[in-house]
Design a protein around this ligand. Structure first.
Ligand code: ADP
Ligand code: ZN
Length: 434
């Protein structure tokens, strides 16, 4: 397959991107046909590489779903002999059984290039000390980002997830300037610093790559203000290697999807038909360079939209908006569709609110109850009940305006809500258990 210089592809023109995509789609289809699953799927749809004359012909290719990947687990989608495989990774299993993806040496090579490209784009340089505060092991946010940082030439600290005290010590001792961190964990580190009587602004971090779970613009601002650093949104999924699929540039206005390596589509989740630019739908992704396990038209279940127009940075790779959530995250409360991020966006706008919150869905025998538990920062958790009551009412009113359902807002002390080891769990649905 086609392996050329990826750092050049970052600045390709639209024409160059489009023509390369068609060539790569054809070779990806040829490669995919080497496994029985895709050969049968593609034969049924009458798809051979020669049947693809324009990139839009990709729409004739059937979708691949997470269920397909689960059915083909562990090696059903392999398109090279097993001895060609040098690494496997799994999804986190946030929504069920994890899926496994296998990589050749070449696959790892261009993945590292893409990751390095993302980091360079936001100003990370080889002089930086990079601390990866995300879980290693099967999770792609560990080694995936790690290899990118090394490719760039940064001194890379594989700190892994958790153990906040040690994270802080490492960052201090080695003067960490760039970190990869989950949004929920970033606030925890900041709070720990404060508890230690330190100002997070004095911490050496200048840039954080933040992703792996949805978070809002308000949440970003909080992390940035807390540390006095820049936060760039990083999107990826293990089925498309992992991080390095979409990344914000210095404009912080949408994530560029690296279209030399992935072909993105946004479709109506019900009909599977493309939606116009600017409209929200489900992201569908095709790997264009993967040899070991190519995936065609993967239904990510992630909801976003293409941002219309060109980015001020000049890059021509299309931008997607931050992920609104997973299609599976949608809650139906009293018949109204609500996404957890709508709630986060409102509550994180209040300065009284601390680092954590939890949405709890209940049934009181008469109907749905939406309970939002919100941690309040210590300095506001004063004994004056009237003050707290006012804050609670303010939050409830603002939420009602956004989601059109009146929530029960409960203010709780900091550190009283459960923390997750990995990706944050924002919603507890207790309704089914009634
Ligand atoms: P899992 O789907 O089991 O969590 P992965 O570890 O492969 O498996 O995670 C990929 C998923 O994580 C994406 O499909 C998306 O839902 C979420 N995700 C990753 N990066 C972001 C981001 N920057 N913003 C929102 N969601 C993200
Ligand atoms: Zn840009």
């Amino acid at each position: 397959m086609h392996m050329d210089v990826y750092d050049v592809a970052e600045t390709w023109s639209r024409d160059r991107i489009a023509s390369t995509q068609l060539v790569r789609l054809k070779s990806t289809v040829a490669q995919a046909r080497k496994c029985a699953f895709y050969r049968q799927r593609l034969d049924e749809a009458g798809i051979t590489p020669d049947a693809l004359n324009h990139i839009d012909d990709i729409r004739k290719i059937p979708f691949t779903t997470k269920q397909d990947l689960r059915d083909q687990y562990p090696l059903g989608l392999l398109t090279v002999p097993t001895q060609e495989i040098v690494r496997m990774h799994c999804s986190s299993g946030t929504t069920g059984t994890p899926t496994a993806i296998c990589h050749t040496a070449n696959d790892l090579n261009w993945w590292s290039d893409l990751m390095a490209r993302c980091m360079y784009m936001v100003g990370v340089r080889r002089e930086d000390v990079f601390q990866n505060m995300s879980g290693y092991g099967l999770f792609t946010g560990g080694l995936g980002i790690h290899y990118g940082a090394e490719r760039l030439g940064c001194m890379t600290i594989p700190a892994g997830a958790g153990n906040t005290k040690r994270q802080i010590k490492l960052a201090r001792d080695f003067h960490t300037t760039v970190a990869h961190i989950l949004p929920s964990y970033a606030l925890i580190v900041g709070e720990r610093l404060r508890e230690m009587g330190e100002d997070p602004h004095d911490f050496p971090l200048r840039i954080a790559l933040v992703g792996a779970e949805p978070y809002t613009e308000e949440f970003r601002k909080r992390i940035e203000d807390l540390f006095g650093m820049k936060v760039y949104n990083s999107y990826g999924l293990s089925e498309m290697n992992g991080p390095g699929v979409g990344f914000e540039c210095l404009e912080q206005h949408g994530l560029h999807i690296w279209e030399d390596a992935y072909y993105p589509e946004i479709v109506n989740p019900e009909t599977g038909q493309p939606v116009p630019d600017g409209e929200i739908g489900e992201l569908v992704m095709t790997s264009l360079c993967r040899q070991g396990m190519p995936i065609l038209r993967y239904r990510t279940r992630d909801l976003t939209r293409f941002l219309p127009g060109e980015c001020l940075c000049g890059r021509k790779h299309r931008r997607m908006d931050r992920i609104l959530g997973r299609a599976d995250d949608m809650m139906i409360v009293k018949g109204v569709n609500i996404y957890p991020m709508q709630i986060e966006q409102v509550i994180m706008g209040f300065e009284e609110v601390g680092k954590n919150y939890l949405i709890q869905l209940e049934n009181d025998g008469f109907g749905d109850v939406l309970r939002v538990k919100v941690e309040i920062r210590d300095e506001y958790f004063v004994e004056d009940m009237r003050q707290l009551h006012k804050v609670q009412q303010k939050i409830a009113r603002a939420l009602k305006d956004e989601i059109l359902v009146t929530p029960h807002v409960e203010l709780v002390e900091s550190n009283s809500l459960p923390l997750s080891e990995g990706k944050a769990v924002r919603v507890h649905d207790l309704r089914a258990k009634k």
